[in-house]
Design a protein around this ligand. Structure first.
Ligand code: PLP
Length: 380
């Protein structure tokens, strides 16, 4: 039997989402651009999904653009806005943080090579970005700021509402990568003064390869995918109808179950935290207070996570070091280093990310296996 505890890497498609998607892989296969009945059916399904995603964010349907996932949404928001605003003569300065996902970090790195000026903000030891640091970093020629809603490796939730309020006042475009947060914590784009927001279906029980970009009314981005007139002329390509239907269903399900799920996960999180705290040398990575409901990252002084993760896997537990992108690479996590950890501390990180289907028994069994394997490693 396997116990899946890597929900921050990806989640299974919820059976209820799958049921809604299935007919769009067979019966309703039409191209949404077609004028006859099959096209109309597909078009209606895409429209409904747009409403469902908008509702999750307290946005309007015409502010939602479908993409191939979180990475594309991040790329599009940053490149699309950077070039549009530079062309308009607004400047070339971009501000982001040291703990962003590589979809943001590598995009701004690329933009730096295209002549943009990039400031990367530090974080504190809990992984929090200070709104004051954002205030100090913006300049006359700052065109956009990107700060993630919640971190994927350690689960820390960032003060985006405070940052957003300041940037709105300054008239600076604000993007947030909400791929870890969407569907898990309440997100109202208006209350957070966000201009653009990225999300991805497979992080909240929808299918892989589909996501969305929220773009506040009144803004226009340069397209990333040039092509046909889909997505109001902003993103070419025949719509991924089954994926989009799945994203919509997952968004609606998440909105309806979020509160109950949070209290369930809160209790599991504390149970896990108590169990880990009892292990000598253990420490929490992240913020005790501002964290995603299901994400718990920890380290143990003097323990290398690699043999530990292999042992846990053999015991049936799927947990990771926190970043699928750097798995297999020997580079220590850029997030943990930015939080001030040593390379040795960073090399002991284990991320447990629990979800909708995680039980108390799963947590207890994980703790038992962890203690047993740590003992065995000490003896070896
Ligand atoms: C998973 C993730 C992404 C990438 O999303 P994909 O849909 O896998 O491309 C981007 N940002 C964060 C914070 C993520 O967790």
């Amino acid at each position: 039997m396997r116990t899946y505890l890597d929900c921050a890497a990806t989640t299974p498609v919820d059976a209820r989402v799958f049921d809604v998607m299935q007919p769009y892989l067979s019966t309703y296969f039409g191209n949404p651009s077609a004028l006859y009945q099959e096209g109309r059916q597909a078009r209606r399904a895409v429209r409904r999904a747009r409403e469902q995603v908008a509702a999750l964010l307290c946005a309007e349907p015409d502010e939602i653009f479908f993409t191939s996932g979180g990475s594309e949404s991040d790329n599009w928001a940053l490149k699309g806005m950077a070039f549009a605003l530079r062309r308009a003569g607004r400047g070339r300065h971009i501000v982001t943080t040291a703990i962003e996902h590589h979809a943001v970090l590598n995009t701004v790195r690329w933009l730096a090579g295209e002549g943009f000026d990039v400031t990367v903000l530090p974080v504190d030891r809990f992984g929090r970005v200070s709104p004051d640091a954002v205030k100090a970093a913006v300049r006359e020629d700052t065109i956009l700021v990107s700060v993630m809603t919640a971190n994927n490796e350690v689960g820390t939730i960032e003060p985006i509402a405070e940052i957003g309020a300041f940037l709105r006042e300054k008239g600076i475009f604000f993007h947030t990568d909400a791929v870890q947060a969407a569907g898990h914590i309440p997100l109202a784009v208006g209350a957070c003064s966000v201009d653009a927001l990225s999300l991805s279906a497979h992080k909240f029980y929808g299918p892989k390869g589909v996501g969305a970009l929220y773009l506040r009314r009144g803004f226009t981005l340069d397209p990333l995918v040039h092509g046909g007139a889909q997505e109001r002329d902003m993103r070419g390509g025949t719509e991924n109808v089954p994926g989009i239907v799945g994203l919509g269903a997952a968004a609606e399900l998440a909105a309806n179950t979020m509160q109950a799920e949070k209290s369930h996960l809160d209790s599991l999180w504390h149970r896990l935290a108590d169990g880990i705290a009892a292990i000598p040398g253990s420490f929490l990575n992240g913020d005790k207070e501002h964290h995603l409901p299901g994400t718990f990252s920890f380290g143990i002084e003097g323990v290398d996570h690699e043999p530990l993760l292999i042992r846990l896997d053999m015991d049936g537990f799927s947990v990771s070091a926190g970043s699928a992108c750097s798995a297999g690479s020997l580079e220590p996590s850029h997030v943990l280093l930015a939080m001030g950890q040593t390379k040795a501390q960073a090399a002991s990180v284990v991320r447990v990310s629990m979800g909708r289907f995680t039980t108390r028994e799963d947590v207890d069994a994980f703790l038992t296996s962890l203690r047993r394997n740590l003992n065995a490693m000490q003896k070896a």
